[in-house]
Ligand binder design. Structure first.
Ligand code: ATP
Ligand code: MG
Length: 106
């Protein structure tokens, strides 16, 4: 199992989630967050925005779904401009569904 954490533009969230769903990945957790990447925010005229609004998506997937899920995020989140976001993937040691006592992520 893998844990995907994606930081994306809020305006691209809907199409990312639709893309995940199309690939069979239905469950996720989202948070509104502030962050910055390598440009350290955004300069608009004399005003510097040091932290920009992003959406943090957390998706736990089976190994077999990883590539599809990452592709869906990449496609849905990309504009080609700085600030499109990041995708972090890590190993997920355990997932428990409380109701069913299943140890599967699905
Ligand atoms: N190294 C990092 N660690 C944790 N969060 C990060 C990191 N880099 C970026 N982020 C998060 O991702 C958001 C989007 O980052 P962003 O797309 O600007 O990355 P970037 O590396 O600067 O790429 P680009 O050059 O395309 O802008 C940031 O606002 C921040 O929340
Ligand atoms: Mg950036």
């Amino acid at each position: 199992m893998k844990l995907i954490q994606a930081i994306i533009r809020p305006e691209n969230e809907k199409q990312v989630i639709a893309g995940l769903e199309k690939n069979g990945v239905k469950a996720f957790t989202r948070l509104d967050v502030l962050g910055r990447g390598r440009q350290k925010g955004l300069q608009v005229g004399a005003v510097r925005y040091e932290e920009l609004a992003k959406v943090w998506l957390m998706v736990a997937v089976k190994d077999a779904d990883l590539d599809h899920a990452v592709d869906a995020i990449k496609i849905g989140a990309r504009t080609g401009n700085p600030g499109d976001g990041k995708i972090f993937v890590s190993l997920l040691v355990e997932a428990r569904t409380i109701r069913t006592r299943s140890t599967d992520v699905g």
